[in-house]
Design a binder for this molecule. Sequence first.
Ligand SMILES: [Zn+2]
Ligand SMILES: [Zn+2]
Length: 323
Amino acid sequence: MQSEVAPQRQPSPARGIAAVMRWFDTSASSADVDPALDERVDWLRALPFAGMHLACLGVFWAGVSATALWVALGLYAARMFAITGFYHRYFSHRTFRTSRPVQFAFAVLGASAVQRGPLWWAAHHRHHHVHADTQADPHSPRNGFWRSHAGWFLTRAGFRTDTSRIGDLLKFPELRWLDRYDTAVPVALAVLLFAVGEALARRAPGLGTNGVQLLVWGFFVSTVVLFHATVTINSLAHRLGSRRYATRDDSRNNWWLALLTFGEGWHNNHHFFPGSARQGFRWWEIDLTWYGLRMMQALGLVRALKPVPAWVLATRGAHEVGR
Ligand SMILES: [Zn+2]
Ligand SMILES: [Zn+2]
């Protein structure tokens, strides 16, 4: 009966102001905390996310150059590596060790991807592994494609960080700062790109670029494509592909998602054994992040990369299910 539905909350100035303040400071005012609204998209708070998509239309105004495309591609690659190598395999799963400066440097690079801070990311991802494809999983495609892809990211519950899952990371004040002011690094990157573009327009006009063009391609287009590529692992990698291991969730191995996300597409491997820094378990399962981490290990920047244990490789057959 309609009469039993909870009454609609009226928009209030206090809730609106709180949402806008949290564009800049995620710990600002809790005036709009209301459990009844947890699963709804917080449209006011999501405005910058929508705005980034609209800003991509700026390509029609700013034009394009080889320089702008290389910058966009370079930033996609560097930030995808930071997200998969550090936000995911390091902060969420602790599959290798590193120094505090390197940890911070890649936390900053990850934060520039506009996927919030490393603590937020790790807390949500650890929750996903515990509850994958159950009612408690915020981004299971069993609840619809849009919800699993981007909807969950924009709900009130999606914006919050469950600190009980990240006790090991809370002791680093520099990481807590990145989470609290999670738009600071992205704004700095946007300003830097504009400044570099303007400097190039003056000093190297032959490159055919300028501030607006680098801002649109290097920041908005690169970031939006990077976001949608990352979240295909929540939406498509629980739907499309093959299942080597009969895990309790719907995770799949998918080679083209693995190429797009630098190795994350071997998602069924990963759900079966999340404790390895490597996700492509076979030599032919291309895992660019794993190669990058191996390179960093050779340079002494990271250490103790956790390999795929022999028993996991040996379970081939017994746990393999075809599709
Ligand atoms: Zn998953
Ligand atoms: Zn994971």
